[in-house]
Design a protein. Structure first.
Lengths: 399, 378, 399, 378
């Protein structure tokens, strides 16, 4: 048992903190996914991505040949924690590419695909930005129910259908697409393949889904006779569902540490605010901060344990679901309690975070408005709890 | 005991609901969010024609002699349709004129309000954003027949379109911060030195900062007694809290109905999602909480109506409403899945109003404290 | 809208309070179901039942011909609230008889049955005590799954099977029994009949199920070739399930007001204790008491609304389930928060409530140990929430 | 970072589990609840032979030179099997002898404890039932070479069978209630004026009232410095809280496993109840909370082990453990349905121990306060 980081990780942590101090405006603070919404935020995020790439951090755990530097999972955890804490934008470049397209390509991609796409992602350039086309209007929690078709015609696939809740589609150069290639398969799960689609292809239309708080995070993406070469197929035809289940674990695994880092920052900011405003002298505020602090520290331990399991070469099963549900719970608490601490000031629109009424750069409010949506974006908590029940506790299917 | 509305009250409720259903669609709400005024003048006129503004006034002031329950019914329906309008602040101001105004003030102001000719609002909160008396720092310095007001008010609803403001000011520094407070009626059109700026809230609900730079108010425009203004404030907070609760009950009910309808329609894994216990039991909990809250609020309103306002019940209602409205919206969004996150789906409109409602007339902790004080007394 | 009681109800309230002052020992306080456990408590309860009967309160809402006095539901609510508040024992005489056997007999019983059993219940005598045989080892939440058989042999039914979680079986003279009379019915629900069984019959064995806290509330009841006359059948053969669904509503309806009364008492006692010990000056204690007070008042309004609905002649549908779930929630909070307020003293065994370390006559502790079991005894909260979902919200079946 | 136990620790864990599985069945627990001593002497001897009592002692005192993590592993397993025994109070006493005792005291006491020859306990709490220094009222008045102890201690575990007590007493009244406290080692057999009465707790876990009526203690039997006893108390509370957390983690884990097994087996509506979301999601929540708690507690223990005890982490652990253990037991009973309510089913045995565990070494609110103090410092 040992709960301290090695010297290498601590040194990296210092480097990243220095980077944050140098590259980010004073008091910088933002909410995950927010950076994709406005053009200026996105441009800034991409400028940072480039710098992160230059430092070798963007895809640090990848092998050197693909633009990584073979960093350990512990180094990556430190990197993600710190970038979450300081709100370093561009860390994920719209998430998909860095978090699961890359790792999936390394597992299932052809040599050609690896050589083409991995260095692009690692470069931190706009051409390395991906979106992920899984959800459809009638396939949310029930993902295997997708209807988008990809029909093989000679050496091409012709794609028709609609995706929805596609985050970063308006920023992405590529789409990591799940489509039905064998509609007659006996089981839903055996119908699906993964294809790579150039978002500049003819027939691709992106339609923004602005949320109630005014953020443009999600999109609808329409595919109208979109043609892609057969080399766009990732892995085996009709094995897509199984490949995706694996990449889903990556998705969730990588969100853990940055979620923790972000939550810790909000907590620290609220503590600071409460001290500055003397609210800290109120007993109810003290209790609330104490309760949040417990949850945040628990989260740190849980995400570390997941990394530890992966670092031993074991595949995480229920842990990423556990960590996601926990993160959602912590963020809900931070958002609700945080707005209670800010009081009437928490009404300020975070899109006007520079207004003089805004506190803590609007980060608590933006978390409050976004957390119900963020928590849904990678699978509802109900679905995650089903996974915990089945894989963590060996319980029978409940849906 | 009778939980029912009277026949007249049911008619009122139905007519309000029908009117708002027609006039206050969610598209209208969205439109008014973007509108500079933040309310619809034509709709306002119609509301006045329906005699909503004067619902609690005696006939002599142009009212229809309704009671506080009638008003509560109105406001609950407005909450259900999240009507953007200065009705709430106007009616609350008029309630305090009715209670604390002298005959001249009543005659002068109430008929105009009843006709929908004047918009009023309450300039109460300051930078401490609490309802504690110690938060009132705006100074009113007597000078001959006038007072000079200096200071800043925050989160004043619809101040940018208001004809008159009720301004809570400090006329003297006393040991007890509740003493030395005076309420002024400020005529916006005739007053210099008033600067109003709309605060960019998430709900776009036109709450304003109002800056008083050497603003002169005649001594005739004091409401109630000089130095005893906290009584008026207390009256406003009591009534305001209960009416805000009613509004929140209406909103929560609307969200529950939306989520419930969605749960019946939306199919995943070949079943309506409402047949999954995780969803169904959540809806059952929301339903129970909203029903309990509603009766709690009705009871508090009824006590006011029979002339025995209960601080205990009012605080119970507001503390609970804060919790229930927020929880209902959050779960309502979740039940809708990703669709609930969009601008097009109505549930988000309600969610965006949770924080404004929560902090109006006392946050949860302040009401908990009040409840404890009442328990200690008992 | 009117939230005050009439003069008649207020007068009754005063009468009951006076009764409680006169008949109960000073500081008397107990927990529902507890009285059935120990012989001396039960004897005391029965002595009070008799007095309640003499006052005409025990079955006050019944018609005069059956030993009631045709009191209004509002009078009954006041009676139940007050008896819950003061902990008047014997109010329910083991629950079944007063709460639902009586009302069910009035709906479905033969003239002969009404004349025989109703006055017995109304008398407050030991021969008016009933238990209810519904649950079986494999039929808990899934009640329609019962296996106990009643076979018609000439003018008798022969009963074989086992019931469990039968409260008050060790006190009861009669059993209100659900048994299978038509095992071949196409639907489970069409197999069941209700029979009245004399607990003194040959072949009836009662086996105590003592709970972990040492209370004897539940029993197993074995039926081994028990013979009852055919006149023991209540209502129609094989219509039992439908009759029981109706009586279940009565069961739950009548528990509401006494649950509220009891909870209000615990709250008042905790407030008093906190004041006496100066714990009331602690902010966290104040907050906890305030939160409980809100819930208790909400409960008052909910159970009153149910009574109001019934008083208009409407059948309650989901309301009793709603009130039960709410009561369970309030009791859980009172138990958990109450023990937090008592601190280490809440460890004292309530069976030793007269020890000098006991606070508030052990009532908070006994609630703490019993609430999980009490809440299960009339249907789990999951089942109640299914009912709220189906009947209150029109949602599809979820089980 | 490494979440794993070392090879030796895994062997220790397995051997403890095997031993308790064999020796400490639930029937044994029930039997010991009724037993006057409340522990099994034969089992106690075997535990001593297995060298559990001396697990953290240096070899010179008859120990096996293990560390705090080893001890935590032991206690977690004891919590899993809810072993009734004076191990906890004995080992906690010995930890403080090891830390604050002089060489003579260590040589005199530790080898005996290691051999299982002496049972020790802590007489700390008084009628205020808090761990605040102001709660220490028991007086110790110096008289020549002795102190005279007067007062009453409450909830002293296994005092009725203890050979020695560590008694926290007030030797002088100072401005700060943490000053003027002294810890005494009292030899029960050689002391007059000591009255011990077992308090009838729901868990039958042999907590006692100990009355000191003119009890004489030699000055040699002061542990640590006179007047500086709060340091010792603080040390005891820190270690005690973490070990109690470990015990609670073990208990919660056992309850989760029972409930989970039951949910797989029990069929209602033709399906195992674990396939209903209402049950399954509850189990998933319990599972997550217990895992998070466990790592939090391990971290707090590890910090002690590396010599940097963290009040922040300790308080986080205890506050959370109080919540999780209770919640797990309540939901565990509910998942079992009516069966969970019976004396025969094991889950109730754990539930009966929730309150003792919750109030040992600080209730939730006191730890929350401590966390806030630490946050304020940071």
């Amino acid at each position: 048992m040992d709960f301290k980081f090695g010297e290498k990780e601590e040194a990296l942590r210092e480097e990243i903190r220095e980077f944050a101090r140098e590259e980010l405006p004073p008091g910088w603070l933002t909410v995950m996914l927010e950076e994709e919404s406005r053009d200026e935020d996105w441009a800034f995020a991409m400028s940072i991505s480039k710098k992160l790439s230059e430092r070798g951090w963007l895809t640090m755990s990848w092998p050197e040949e693909y633009g990584g530097k073979g960093a350990s999972l512990w180094e990556q955890l430190v990197y993600l924690e710190e970038s979450g804490y300081w709100g370093i934008p561009g860390t994920m470049m719209g998430i998909s590419g860095v978090a699961w397209v890359g790792p999936s390509l390394m597992m299932y991609g052809s040599e050609e695909q690896k050589e083409k796409y991995l260095p692009l992602i690692a470069s931190g350039e706009p051409d390395g930005v991906w979106c992920t086309g899984y959800s459809e209007p009638n396939a949310g929690s029930d993902f295997a129910n997708i209807q988008t078709r990809a029909v093989r015609e000679e050496d091409e696939y012709v794609i028709n259908g609609q995706k929805t809740w596609t985050s970063a589609a308006h920023r992405a150069r590529w789409c990591w697409l799940a489509a039905v290639t064998n509609p007659n398969a006996p089981k839903k799960h055996q119908r699906i393949s993964v294809l790579i689609v150039d978002m500049k292809s003819k027939g691709v239309t992106v339609n923004p889904l602005v949320n109630y708080a005014g953020y443009h995070i999600f999109n609808e993406v329409f595919f109208d006779d979109v043609r892609v070469p057969e080399s766009s197929l990732v892995g085996e035809e009709n094995r897509g569902w199984y490949q995706l289940m694996t990449s889903l674990a990556y998705e969730r695994g990588s969100l853990g540490p940055s979620g923790y880092g972000y939550n810790k920052r909000i907590l620290d900011e609220l503590v600071r605010y409460a001290k500055e405003t003397n609210l800290f002298q109120k007993h109810e505020i003290r209790c609330k901060l104490a309760d949040m602090a417990i949850e945040v520290e628990m989260q740190r331990m849980l995400v570390s344990q997941t990394t530890w399991k992966m670092s031993k070469g074991e595949m995480p099963t229920y842990e990423p679901s556990r960590d996601k549900v926990f993160n959602d719970k912590v963020q809900e608490r931070l958002a609700i309690t945080g707005t209670e601490i800010l009081g009437a000031y928490s009404q300020i629109d975070p899109l006007h975070r520079d207004s003089r009424w805004s506190k803590l750069r609007g980060c608590v409010e933006s978390l409050y408005w976004l957390f119900p949506g963020i928590s849904i974006s990678a699978g509802t908590d109900e679905i995650e709890k089903n996974i915990i029940g089945q894989f963590g506790l060996g319980l029978p299917k409940s849906y | 005991m009778d939980f029912d509305l009277s026949g007249d009250q049911k008619i009122l409720q139905t007519s309000v609901r029908e009117f708002l259903n027609k006039e206050c669609s969610k598209d209208k709400v969205r439109e008014l969010e973007e509108d500079e005024r933040g309310y619809d003048i034509e709709m306002w006129k119609k509301m006045a024609e329906l005699e909503w503004m004067g619902v609690v006034f005696p006939e002599e002031y142009g009212g229809t002699e309704g009671d506080f329950i009638d008003l509560m019914i109105l406001v609950e329906e407005m909450g259900r349709y999240i009507l953007p309008s200065p009705f709430f602040s106007t009616i609350l101001s008029s309630l305090s004129i009715l209670e604390y105004g002298d005959e001249g003030q009543k005659e002068k102001f109430l008929p105009k309000i009843a006709k929908g000719e004047e918009i009023w609002t309450l300039a109460l909160m300051e930078s401490s954003v609490t309802y504690e008396a110690s938060g009132i720092k705006l100074r009113a310095i007597p000078e001959k027949e006038e007072y000079i007001l200096e200071g800043t008010k925050l989160f004043v609803p619809y101040a940018h379109v208001a004809d008159r403001l009720l301004v809570v000011a400090r006329t003297s520094e006393e040991k007890n911060p509740k003493d030395g407070i005076t309420v002024f009626i400020v005529d916006v059109a005739k007053t210099k030195g008033l600067e109003v700026e709309v605060i960019p809230t998430a709900a776009h609900d036109k709450q304003c900062e109002v800056r008083f730079d050497h603003v002169k108010v005649s001594k005739d425009n004091v409401l109630g007694d000089v130095g005893r203004g906290w009584d008026v404030v207390n009256f406003i907070i009591q009534r305001g809290a209960v009416l805000k609760c009613a509004e929140m009950v209406g909103g929560a009910q609307a969200v529950l109905e939306m989520a419930n309808d969605y749960a019946k329609e939306r199919v995943q894994f070949d079943r309506p999602i409402g047949s999954f216990q995780a969803i169904q039991h959540k809806l059952a909990d929301m339903f129970t909480e909203i029903e309990g809250l509603r009766y709690l609020v009705y009871e508090a309103a009824w006590m006011i109506n029979v002339g025995s306002p209960s601080d205990l019940l009012i605080s119970m209602g507001k503390a609970k409403a804060n919790e229930v409205y927020q929880r209902t919206c959050i779960e309502g969004i979740r039940i809708h899945g990703a669709i609930g996150f969009t601008r097009e789906e109505d549930v988000g409109l309600y969610y965006l109003r949770t924080k404004a409602a929560e902090f109006a007339f006392g946050d949860t902790d302040s009401h908990r404290k009040q409840i404890a004080i009442e328990l200690e007394r008992s």
